[in-house]
Design a protein around this ligand. Sequence first.
Ligand SMILES: N[C@@H](CCSC[C@H](N)C(=O)O)C(=O)O
Length: 457
Amino acid sequence: MQYYNSIIETIGNTPLVKLQRVTKGIKGTILAKVEYFNPGNSVKDRMAIRMVEDAEKDGTLRPGGTIIEGTSGNTGMGLALAAIAKGYKCIFTMADKQSQEKIDILRAVGAEVVVCPTNVLPDDPRSYYSVARKLNQDIPNSLYPNQYDNPSNAIAHYETTGPEIWQQTEGRITHFATGVGTGGTASGTSKYLKEQKAEVVTLGIDTYGSVFKKYKETGIFDEKEIFPYLTEGIGEDILPKNVDFDLIDHFIKVTDKDAAIMTRRLAREEGLFVGWSCGSAVHGALEYARQYLSDDDVMVIILPDHGTRYLNKIYNDTWMKDHGFLERTYATARDIVQQKNSHGALLTVRTDTKIDEAISLLNRESISQLPVVNAEQEVVGSLTDSVILHRLIENPEVRQHTVEEVMDKPFKFVALDSTVDTLSSLIDRENKALLVRDEANRVHIITQADLLAAMTS
Ligand SMILES: N[C@@H](CCSC[C@H](N)C(=O)O)C(=O)O
């Protein structure tokens, strides 16, 4: 029989998948190490089990104990699986910026989750780091693994992620890229790879609002670099001991928006339904690759987690638009014409028609305006119910006048690609409607009612 004694035995040996489409025009072979194949759907399973087992060995975690960790969610999931397999309780502290899905998943596997404010300093007693430390002090027989400073974190990657990548690429890897949060994945994997081949270039993907890149380049912990950001699981406002700046050659910062857009592209263009920081890693790595990779180079990028954790954020179009990450697509004149399905001839009135007749036409068709055409069917004016009314009040005899005597200037012609916002800036009290010529040379009318419908549909 082939089986595992526990789900935690399935951790590791994740596949490398070649990126095909998002890498178009970029030289070299670019491979993604897809870490959602781990049982907790993230790369963090590797170090979570290692931290637990090392704590068991050194006696800091004893039977019946409670594991307490400050986490952005993924390490929590790895620890929760280890805890289930080994019979421990779990309490996780999380910043309130992390996705609700992560909190729900942790609770689903039996963990207690304490949500803490994001926008406080790390040493503020309310921060998720401080609350975890305090719980650890207060709860007897509890372990605070502290993934940020715990060497077992980087060791797990030195012993598993690094060797897997080395074997999978048959030693041909030239570049390694990964997001940096605790630094364990970046430092442990880079250490192993550089020991095999010193020339391997290692890239740490950072985010705006985090201290890493500036610290690497200047050696200064610059508090001005710190501000709240949305991307989850990478970047820091502290310097974790697991970030070994000597092992990470370059840091590249990626915006929340670029990361979100690339994550969605990975899902749609590569079939890789991955998490938000995966987009950061790929966007940042490709920025470097575009400039520096040559045909023989082999780059491996870590994709840390799964897309289910971000369904209500970056995979939700409304959320994306609300955060300015996805352009709102405005309807154009073309869309309005198509929606009206106005394939018939444009309803017009001739210059020599009597106003009485024109009024009947407006009433019959339940419309408020008409383009006026001459004998050659050229648009020479416009007639609106408000103008007729105005003129009738002044002189009831106007009923017997011709349209030509009453008409106003013609409605403006607009381009087919004009968007609703442009169209609405052109329609006002004076210009009650607009005209547009389609590709087949047919003229259509766009009224205020049409614009209203397009903006609200
Ligand atoms: N401060 C970061 C997260 C740091 S890394 C934590 C790790 N990925 C985890 O799963 O616990 C953030 O803003 O998300």
